[in-house]
Design a protein around this ligand. Structure first.
Ligand code: B12
Ligand code: SF4
Length: 473
């Protein structure tokens, strides 16, 4: 008997971070201009570091007799409409809800059965109910098998709700069998823990994955790394939100990974700089770069957003110590948090000089529905769009303001932010940072050049918004 075909789909957001297909075509002509655009595009393509959706890799690795999985990543492929799919699963991410629902409507009109899952479905099942035949609410690692069995037996239910967060130590293996390896910067994406003990109010992770850090078995992660290396020797991305959340676990794991001679990147707290043993394990196991969330340099701002775990006065020393261990630091700031004043811009510049951060990210707060900050800004009347109309917010990277900062009028904030990004993201600074980076110099250069381009786009959106604000006055 033929197997039932299940297609899992990842939908892009409307932002440049989401893949080369979104770069847009040049509207200018001329040989030199085309050459410049061509070079820029190739830099951007490489610097986007596009990685496959781990969620869909996990689901497609669930083995159920009589079922075959396929993945379609719409960042790189078009939807294969000419085939008969017995079930289409769409991952719905905040930032790409509208296109996800539009796709679902199209497919359902053609008679396909659609199951919706992912972060947005988990937080807002009621808003998703009308848009799919089946909803999966929560982390689907275990419940997906139930869905597949029901599909096989012709008794799919309307809703599958994960009552208890999956125990990751029970063991599952992730394969890349249905991925097209060529699309991606690397396909080596691994998650070792889930959940976050902290409660930053702009973040969804503790809402989606809980406050308790759940670990995978170390031998299993080691086996996964070994297996992944067989068909892709490129860099590894550890997708844990805080790869040093449990320091003892992290040290044991990364010591075991030393013999594999990999290079890896991940996300950590700057606290790492105060744990010499863990830093040593990270460096020896091939850690090349870590993203650290610095957010505001005003302690009272971090407190206002419930971020208590990285005291500003220890940041400089911690970042220096991480870089001295040979690991690049991507420092992520959010300018415009509640207690920030206009002086924040200068503080960020000075901090970048002081620490030598290799790749700065100077973000605008994206209030994601379902977070505490979204609710608070809405209650305080500071959102620039209707709280019930999630589609009107462009959550993707950079771009225009979605709310009014508390202490800085928008009309002052926007010029201050754009002046800052103009200074920080120059081609000259990109080369300087690459030259000073402790390792991965060409990646640091690429990323910084990519940001020269992205922040330029963001400034255009903001200047458009300034004009609209002036007209509305
Ligand atoms: C890697 C990553 C990215 C990568 C890759 C995207 C991806 N999703 O693979 C990139 C850089 C592209 C990215 C971009 C963005 N991201 Co992001 N990202 C992450 C990160 C760090 C890891 C994602 C991951 O692999 N998790 C592990 C997997 C196993 O979990 P999962 O994706 O939730 O999948 C499980 C369930 O949701 C469910 N599921 C998921 N899909 C489906 C589909 C079906 C059919 C079913 C049944 C079940 C199901 O089952 C899975 C297994 O348990 C998460 C943080 C996190 N902890 O998840 C943020 C996170 C997902 N990102 C977030 C955001 C906000 C964004 C951006 C909007 C950022 C921006 N401002 O531009 C964009 C939007 C991109 C888009 N297309 O919409 C938020 C999402 C909040 C929300 N409510 O949706 C998160 C949670 C971070 C946060 N701090 O809040 N991101
Ligand atoms: S921002 Fe980072 S530390 Fe804060 S709650 Fe989210 S994952 Fe945890």
């Amino acid at each position: 008997m033929d197997k039932l075909s299940v297609l899992l789909v990842f939908v892009p957001a409307d932002s440049g971070v989401d893949g080369p297909s979104l770069l847009g075509e040049s509207d200018r002509s001329g040989f030199l201009q085309n050459l410049k655009d061509g070079i820029l595009k190739s830099v951007i393509k490489r610097a986007q570091f596009a990685i496959p959706p781990l969620s869909l890799m996990i689901l497609s690795s669930v083995d159920e007799p009589g079922i075959e999985h396929h993945i379609c990543d719409l960042r790189f492929e078009t939807f294969p409409v000419d085939r008969q799919w017995d079930l289409v699963g769409i991952s719905v991410q905040t930032g790409a809800v509208k296109p996800a629902f539009e796709l679902s409507a199209l497919l359902r009109a053609r008679g396909f059965k659609v199951v919706l899952g992912g972060p947005y479905v988990t937080v807002f099942p009621e808003r998703c109910r009308a848009h799919g035949d089946v909803l999966v609410i929560g982390e689907a690692d275990e419940i997906w098998k139930e869905v597949l069995v029901d599909l096989r037996q012709g008794r799919l239910q309307k809703e599958y709700r994960v009552e208890e967060l999956p125990d990751l130590s029970h063991g599952y293996s992730v394969t890349k069998d249905v991925l097209d390896l060529r699309h991606y910067f690397t396909t080596n994406v691994v998650q070792t823990t889930r959940g976050c003990p902290y409660s930053c109010d702009f973040c969804n992770v503790h809402v989606l994955n809980g406050h308790r850090v759940r670990h995978r078995n170390i031998p299993e992660v080691v086996r996964e790394v070994e297996g992944f290396l067989k068909n892709d020797r490129r860099i590894f991305f550890f997708l844990d939100d805080t790869v040093n959340a449990d320091e003892e676990y992290a040290e044991r794991l990364f010591r075991e990974l030393i013999p594999f001679n990999i290079t890896w990147v991940g996300q950590a707290t700057t606290k790492l700089g105060e744990n010499g043993r863990l830093l040593d394990a990270f460096a020896k196991s091939g850690c090349g770069a870590l993203l650290v969330g610095i957010e505001s340099l005003a302690e009272e701002s971090n407190r206002a957003h419930h971020k208590f775990h990285n005291p500003v006065d220890r940041q400089v020393a911690c970042i220096r110590s991480i870089r001295s261990a040979g690991i690049c630091v991507y420092g992520s700031f959010i300018y415009g948090l509640d207690e920030d004043t206009i002086a924040q811009a200068e503080s960020i510049e000075a901090f970048l000089d002081d620490t030598g951060i290799d790749v700065p990210g100077i973000n605008l707060l994206r209030p994601i529905p379902g977070t505490e900050v979204f609710r608070r800004l809405a209650d305080e009347g500071r959102l620039l769009h209707d709280r019930n109309d999630h589609d009107s917010f462009r959550f993707s990277w950079g771009q225009e303001m979605l709310y009014r900062p508390k202490k800085i009028p928008l009309e002052e904030f926007i010029p201050s932010y754009t002046a800052l990004t103009k200074k920080v993201f120059s081609v000259r600074n990109a080369f300087r940072r690459a030259a000073n980076a402790p390792t991965l110099r060409s990646a640091v250069l690429m990323f910084n050049l990519f940001y020269v381009h992205m922040y330029n786009l963001s400034r255009k959106d903001l200047s458009r918004q300034m004009q609209e604000l002036a007209k509305g006055r």
